[in-house]
Design a protein around this ligand. Structure first.
Ligand code: OAD
Length: 237
């Protein structure tokens, strides 16, 4: 059995919790309805902060009404079971939601940041933030107005924790990508890196991702079914 497992999750794992995905084949994804260049870039925030913050306020409210599903729960179970057997799960997510944590995952690496945190562009402080954000908010740390933004990675910004992620990929013996389209780098490149480190690779997705041919194994279906089944199999249930 694999002892050091690296899991990368994307929007597909939270789809059955009612949070939309970004790209889907029927053209209903978030980025088909909203223009990311007007909402999810540092320039968009500077140009029209009300518009950018309003988009994330809506997403934050949706998140507060959502619940983790069986796929999130299965990964929390996997983390605990591997730890009990002397193994380790590295869970890296591109998602800015907190559904992994609410399902019981202890350590989650949010490479694209977290929606329930705000960061001040003036002083850099990061705080838990479950309320709407507005351009008139005052930073509780430096007292300046207009700098608070969601603690999320926008287009043109560097994803977080890349050194930790690379170290974990190197020492993994299994890499599994769940519910991600393989369209956004650097996460889309992890499978090629894993192969370079001779790590076995598996894709779990509703439909084959853009980079599906790079995986050793593919399991297609809704995450709420495929992920618990894979975890059971891995743990030898
Ligand atoms: P995408 O929306 O690009 O891809 C979602 C994937 O989930 C697709 O491959 C779907 O087939 C799959 N999917 C949908 N429903 C599913 C289900 N019930 N079970 C399993 N899989 C399902 O989302 P990401 O790959 O996560 O970045 O997108 C990557 C990044 O692009 C996001 O983090 C975001 C976005 O721009 C930023 O905002 C910086």
């Amino acid at each position: 059995m694999a002892r050091s497992v690296f899991v990368l999750t994307g929007a597909g794992i939270s789809a059955e919790s009612g949070l939309g995905t970004f790209r889907d084949k029927d053209g209903q994804g978030i980025w088909a309805r909203f223009d990311p260049m007007k909402l999810a870039t540092p320039e968009a925030f500077t140009r029209d902060p009300d518009n950018a913050l309003g988009f994330y306020n809506l997403r934050r409210r949706n998140l507060l009404n959502a619940k983790p599903n069986a796929a999130h729960q299965a990964l929390a179970r996997l983390e605990q079971a591997l730890a009990e057997r002397g193994g380790h799960l590295t869970l890296v997510t591109q998602n800015i939601d907190d559904l992994h944590e609410r399902a019981g995952s202890r350590r989650v690496i949010h490479m694209h940041g977290e929606l329930l945190k705000a960061r001040c562009q003036h002083c850099g402080s990061v705080r838990l933030w479950a309320e709407d954000l507005s351009p008139s908010d005052v930073c509780p740390d430096c007292g300046r107005v207009g700098g608070l933004r969601p603690h999320v990675v926008w287009f043109g910004e560097m994803p977080l924790f890349m050194d930790d992620i690379d170290r974990a990929l190197r020492r993994a013996d299994l890499f599994v990508a769940i519910g991600t389209s393989g369209a956004v780098y650097p996460a889309a490149g992890f499978v090629a890196e894993a192969r370079g480190y001779r790590v076995r690779t598996c894709e779990i997705n509703l439909e084959a991702a853009d980079n599906a041919d790079l995986f050793d194994e593919e399991r297609l279906g809704p995450a709420s079914e495929t992920v618990p089944a894979w975890v059971d199999e891995l743990l030898g249930a």
